[in-house]
Every structure is written in C-alpha cells, then in structure tokens.
Design a protein around this ligand. Structure first.
Ligand code: IPM
Ligand code: MG
Length: 370
C-alpha cells in the first residue's frame, strides 16, 4: 500500500552504516509482518562520498534527495577526512541538504524514558519524566551568513569572520513551527537568543513577540538569554516545554539537552521544510549523535537513536502513526528488559552490542504485533 513512498537512506560514516543496518532489518520486518513496503534507495554521503565520488555529496545524490518523500540520514565525518580543508569537509553533505532543500526547522526532542532515568549524569529527581522539544533554526544564522572568510590585514595579521543574520521571514517561519508544536503539548514556548549583546538577537526577540501577538495569543511565550538557558537546562530542565532558537545556539543547547537523557545515542531528530503548494514537504531524519569514529566498526554502537529517527519519519512524513508507535514501544520494552549498549550501561543490566540490540527489537516487534 505504501510501496509508492520514496525513502532515501544515507548512512554516511563511522557508526552510521552499522546503526542503519538495524533500521533495514526493521524495514524488512514491516514488509513481512505489516505488509508495508517502500521504494528504498541509498547513496554515499560525507567521507564515504569523498572516497567514492571525490565530493561530500554529489549533484546526483541531491537530485535523489529532492525526489524522495523522506530522507533517513546517518552521520558524517571522522579523522580520516580532517585534513582535506574547509571546502571538502564531510559535514558539507548535511549542510547542503539542509540549505538546498530549505529544511529550516530542526526538531530535537529530549525525552527521558523511565527505564533510563538512572543513565543520566544528573540526579534522577531532576530529569524523571523530562519531555522537551528544541526547535532549532537550521538554514540561516552564522552557519550560512555572509560575509564570511579570512582576510589579510595591512599590519600583517589576518582576520577570520562570520556573520549572524536573520530576516523577519526566517524568524517567523521557524517560530511558527515552535508555536504549532506547543499547541499540541503544554502551550509554552521559550525563545532563546542573546538580545543583551546581539542586534540580531534583539530583532529575533521583537519579531517572535509580534508573531505571538498576531497569531498565537493562546500560547505562552517567554524569553531567555542563551547562556542562562544552558544553565537552566542543567538546573531544572522540566521548566521547559518548547524551546525555539537560532542555528548556532540550537546546535549547542541540543547537545546539552540530549545528555540530560543519559546518552546522545538515544535521540532522534527531524528537519522539516515548508509545506509546498503540491502538499509535499521535504523532510530529513537523523539521530543527534555523530559518526563516533572512536567506536566505529566495533559493533557496540547504540542503534536506538537511528531507529527512533525512522519512527519519527514514519509518523511525520508517512503518517504511519501505528507503525511508528510499535517501533517506539519495542525500543522502550527492550530497555525495560534490561538490555543496554555500552553508552547507557547500568549496574545489573545486560551489556549488548548493536546487532543483539537490533534482534531484540525485532523480537519485541513480533510480540507487539502478535
Ligand atoms: C548537528 C551537527 C552539525 C551541525 C555538523 C555535523 C555540521 O553538529 O547536526 O548538530 O553543526 O549542525
Ligand atoms: Mg551539533
């Protein structure tokens, strides 16, 4: 029934291909047990594309991405490609996808699952039940702002510079996503910037305030400086419902928030574009963890972040709520049964590798679908 849905898989580097293998097993399972199949294609990105094609992402891969209904991304980068220079970074693959597909809203949930409450480095009482959503702007700000560069100065020094910039439209469209999400949650948005030091921050604050007055008067809006937000996330993370922020602050704060949940290896994310007149919406899903070169190839990586990213894809892009729910439930059950990869290991639990974790998910899925 869903065979016409085009899914592009881009495993990338490091642990990307290992954890993606477990997703493919779940896709096969969906075909066998739920009678759903997709039109799946895959390709190299990042370092693996540099090795294969000589560039982090080819034009042909970009065309495939544009033709897909949803993209499942792994992770890119590693020491092997560190010396190639600024224009040949594996990271350019994800940056080009975000920019050219105009994927401006990066949704990064931080949820503490009950069985993992002890895996957090924070006290269980501080993080129990945490469920917050960071909406990070992902096509603007200092990541793409012009001018940027390194220039020679008359006195023989050099100067490196980047530009933080946001237009009214860029701020409004990402904040709208945050307000809409909040309506289906606890109706609270906290907008984060540095209005005390940055012009663009003051403009962000003013723009989001006006947007709320015009379109979202039913949602509570508060403002916080980014440094204070970092502190508050560690002090009392449950005060937040939805956080909306710029590209760079969102990059930092989402890494911080993910650790509240115990492991970077657990968390999925979605990056969404605008809904086009045809109804199509570009969307890319990826775990928050990177390529983790230190453990790549050892079979010990946690596949749950990648699997949960796939569940998010099923929910948001393919409207397959039931199948998404099954996968999420299977992940929680496996944790409840005491299985742990190294990153979330706890005393009294059984330490397993990537493959065994994946198999256990399939067994749980069998039980849930029985
Ligand atoms: C992320 C990553 C990327 C970013 C890198 C790989 C370019 O850290 O998705 O958070 O900074 O956006
Ligand atoms: Mg990051």
């Amino acid at each position: 029934m869903t065979a016409n849905k085009k899914l592009l898989i881009l495993p990338g580097d490091g642990i990307g291909p290992e954890v993606m293998r477990e997703v493919r097993r779940v896709i096969d399972w969906l075909g066998r047990r739920r009678m759903v199949s997709f039109d799946v294609s895959d390709d190299h990105v990042g370092g693996s594309a540099i090795d294969t094609y000589g560039t982090p992402i080819t034009d042909a891969t970009m065309e495939k991405a544009k033709a897909a209904d949803a993209i499942l991304f792994g992770s890119v980068g590693g020491p092997k490609w560190d010396r190639l220079g600024f224009d040949l970074r594996p990271e350019l693959a994800i940056l080009r996808l975000r920019k050219e597909l105009d994927l401006f809203a990066n949704l990064r949930p931080a949820i503490v699952l009950d069985p993992l409450v002890e895996a957090s480095t924070l006290k269980a009482d501080v993080v129990r039940g945490l469920d917050l959503m960071i909406v990070r702007e992902s096509t603007g700000g200092v990541y793409f702002g012009e001018p940027r560069g390194v220039e020679a100065l008359p006195d023989g020094q050099k100067r490196g510079f980047d530009t933080e910039s946001y237009t009214t439209g860029e701020i409004e469209r990402v904040c709208r996503v945050g307000f809409e999400l909040a309506r289906n949650r606890h109706s609270r948005v906290c907008s984060v910037e540095k209005a005390n030091v940055m012009q663009s921050g003051m403009f962000w604050r003013q723009t989001v305030t006006e947007l709320r007055e015009r379109e979202f008067a039913d949602v509570e809006l508060t403002h916080m400086y980014a440094d204070n937000c970092a502190m508050q996330l560690v002090r009392n993370p449950r005060q937040f419902d939805v956080i909306v922020t710029s590209n760079l602050f969102g990059d930092l704060l989402s890494d911080l928030a993910s650790m509240l949940t115990g492991s970077l290896g657990m968390l999925p994310s979605a990056t969404l574009g605008a809904v086009q007149p045809s109804g199509k919406r570009y969307a890319l899903y990826e775990p928050i963890h990177g390529s983790a070169p230190d453990i790549a190839g050892k079979g010990v990586a946690n596949p749950l972040g990648q699997l949960l990213s796939f569940a998010m894809l099923l929910r948001y892009s393919f409207r397959m709520e039931e199948d998404a729910g099954l996968i999420e439930k299977a992940c929680v059950n496996v944790l409840k049964n005491g299985l742990r990869t190294a990153d979330i290991m706890a005393p009294g639990s059984a330490r397993v590798g990537t493959g065994v974790m994946g198999e256990s998910i399939l067994r749980e899925l069998d039980k849930l679908a029985a």
